[in-house]
Design a protein around this ligand. Structure first.
Ligand code: WTA
Length: 636
């Protein structure tokens, strides 16, 4: 029996049981039947959540690009691998076949080698959603270099932090990027960042917007002429199963971003397997995930998962609102998209607009709708189901994280009955546990707790780049012998999971994870600021927005508050990026603190969310009197 493709609920339960009782056998069969290996593994897996150390397919040899590209050439050479849809609807879409993809990736790999990149080197990719981004990612994998894609909406200082953390020796970027009617000077951001990045020796610049930019003599080169001149052949580097494939940064509860390290074989097997099942992918489908490749969703479900299955994956450069709010639906109609995967924040934004934008287009090609990034609220779920799926396309509410590499809890469409706002059941291989405050597992149904995973799956991140201790402390110390997700969840009467949201200091704004600490650090750099605390509050479109409580130094108190607000948001934009700007800034006389001096964010959160009636006992605070004052001056 093949375990690879689940087709009904009975089969799901059977496969799931097997994946729990005989995980090694389960994953071994999948790995054997569906991938090409240069050398077989000695051992399917071993793990120790104390150290922690996790290994899958030990000593196997492979190259992931042979699995994502080469092996399809014989049967799918002329099939579209990447369907590039540009920002401007009047610019023609590009159908990049598997054959062409192989050539471009090999050329890019040769260019990287010519510029001194070797196996194990870190390559920073700071590119917009253009084909060169996909080529660059795969070219790194081809030669065994470790890619670190940084979302091209991050600021120069966020970029520099990421480049320096992993000592990248080269940066791939473009002159600029298009976002709707705007263009962004990416190269300028890179130039600024590189003032503080001594490890970077060269910069390869793709031409996209034809802007007049500065090219640093001896460091910067135009990419496309080098690509065109490079050989179309490049032997894949033979990698060990546990060699790092990439680093991807995610926010944490301290200032420094965490460089999550994903390795090769397990990541490949798990993303391919989950892509096939969660999207019920079939050979002639046209699959579209609207995420940016700068996030894990783009890595796993635009590039690696789809290509490992020989799929056609749409890559969209633009935004949902340009030239108008019908853009997504126009693309669905134009390319006859069968699976559409997006984020609740996009759904909410589009649901606010005239329904005519949706109704204008023929969406009958759609078979599966996906959601990812944050809990999807009931209203958005129904709007998506009614108007996009016309009640005939199941919605897969997929729960996972940068750290998990692939989707862990999700319905399987046409298999798992869906309920709005529930991510439903764990995928095969995933063993969730809900934990109580005392660190005990909560058994049974109709319960709520902190979500952990009890057993490793192939694509779990193996470490944090350069800081294994932080990896252990963040994920494996809260609950002994378990991976802690940072999320809370509820389990209903039939065992379905509903994710309730973060239980740590990470706030998800428009699907972007933002740690409060780095934002507070940025604010505190303002010379008028004494102290600050950031909390989230519900927002119609963004899901959450940021509310900052800020106390000023004596010297700052006479300053104009509106100007200060602008300057503070400007600082945040420079240090992190515009996505982290505060919607509300309240200047306060003090921040509520415990007697040991810790800021009581719980109280501030209640105030920001207008839930002051449930503040609880504040008499034990160091300074209970400030609470009343903050309440009175709350920004509605
Ligand atoms: C949240 C994105 C509810 C969650 C793939 C998680 C979700 C964090 C869902 C990871 C979902 C993601 N329902 N919450 N379907 N999907 N989340 O690392 O809090 O960008 O821990 O990975 O997003 O965000 P990340």
């Amino acid at each position: 029996m093949s375990n690879y493709h689940i087709k009904n609920l009975e089969e799901y339960f059977k496969v799931y049981r097997k994946s729990v009782h005989k995980p090694e056998e389960f994953w071994e069969e999948i790995a054997e039947e569906h991938f090409v290996w240069r050398q077989r593994w000695d051992n399917v897996m071993s793990f120790d959540f104390e150290k922690p150390e996790i290994k899958w397919f030990e000593n196997a040899k492979l190259n992931i690009t042979e699995n994502c590209i080469d092996r399809h050439l014989r049967t799918r050479g002329d099939k579209t691998a990447i369907l590039f849809e540009p920002n401007d609807p009047n610019e023609e879409a590009q159908h990049i076949t598997y054959k062409r993809l192989a050539e471009r990736v090999n050329q890019m790999a040769n260019v990287l080698k010519d510029n001194g990149v070797q196996k194990g080197d870190r390559v920073c990719i700071y590119l917009p959603m253009i084909p060169e981004l996909a080529f660059a990612v795969l070219a790194c994998a081809r030669i065994g270099a470790i890619h670190s894609v940084v979302f091209a909406g991050f600021s120069s200082s966020a970029l520099a932090t990421r480049i320096n953390d992993s000592d990248c020796k080269i940066v791939l970027t473009s002159d600029g990027s298009y976002r709707g009617s705007k263009s962004i000077d990416l190269k300028g951001i890179v130039d600024e960042a590189l003032k503080t990045c001594p490890s970077v020796k060269s910069v390869l610049v793709a031409k996209r917007i034809n802007s007049d930019i500065h090219m640093e003599e001896g460091r910067d080169k135009w990419l496309q002429p080098l690509l065109d001149a490079a050989s179309k052949d490049c032997e894949p580097e033979i990698m060990d199963a546990e060699d790092p494939l990439f680093i991807l940064y995610t926010s944490g509860s301290t200032g420094k971003p965490k460089g999550m390290v994903h390795t090769t074989a397990g990541y490949m097997v798990y993303t391919a397997y989950t892509f096939k099942n969660v999207f019920q992918y079939r050979e002639s489908d046209i699959y579209w995930c609207t995420a940016d490749i700068g996030w894990i969703t783009g890595h796993s479900y635009i590039i690696y998962g789809p290509l490992a299955n020989g799929a056609t994956t749409v890559m969209f450069e633009g935004v949902p609102s340009y030239p108008d709010f019908g853009r997504f639906w126009e693309i669905v109609e134009k390319h006859k998209v069968t699976q559409f995967y997006t984020a609740p924040t996009a759904i909410r934004a589009l649901a606010k607009e005239d329904l005519a934008y949706v109704e204008k287009y023929d969406l009958s090609s759609l078979k599966v709708l996906g959601s990812v990034g944050e809990p999807i609220n009931e209203e958005a779920w129904h709007w998506y189901d009614d108007n996009v799926g016309k009640k005939k396309s199941p919605i897969v509410d997929t729960w996972w994280q940068t750290e998990t590499g692939g989707i862990l809890i999700s319905p399987i469409p046409y298999v798992t009955p869906t309920i709005p706002t529930f991510a439903t059941l764990p995928l095969p291989g995933i063993q969730p546990a809900l934990m109580d405050e005392n660190g005990e597992e909560i058994k049974g149904n109709l319960v709520e707790g902190r979500l952990c995973i009890k057993f490793p799956w192939p694509s779990i991140a193996r470490t944090i780049w350069g800081n294994h201790e932080r990896y252990r402390d963040t994920y494996f110390s809260a609950y002994k012998g378990k991976y802690f997700t940072g999320d809370g969840a509820r389990r209903d009467a039939v065992g379905y999971y509903r994710i309730t949201g973060r239980v740590d200091d990470v706030i998800i704004v428009s699907g972007h994870n933002l740690g409060t600490a780095p934002i507070e650090d940025a604010i505190n750099e303002h010379n008028a600021v004494a102290e600050s605390a950031i909390v989230g509050f519900p927002h119609d479109i963004k899901g959450n927005a940021l509310y900052g409580f800020i106390t000023l130094k004596e010297t700052g108190e006479s300053r104009n508050h509106d100007n200060l607000r602008k300057e503070i948001n400007q600082l945040i934009t420079e240090q992190i990026g515009p996505i982290a700007k505060l919607d509300k800034i309240q200047f306060t006389v003090g921040l509520p603190k415990t007697r040991s001096g810790k800021i009581m964010r719980r109280i501030l959160r209640k105030i920001a969310c207008n839930e002051a009636e449930s503040l609880g006992d504040i008499s034990t605070l160091l300074n209970p009197e400030v609470v009343q004052q903050i309440l009175e001056e709350r920004i509605a």
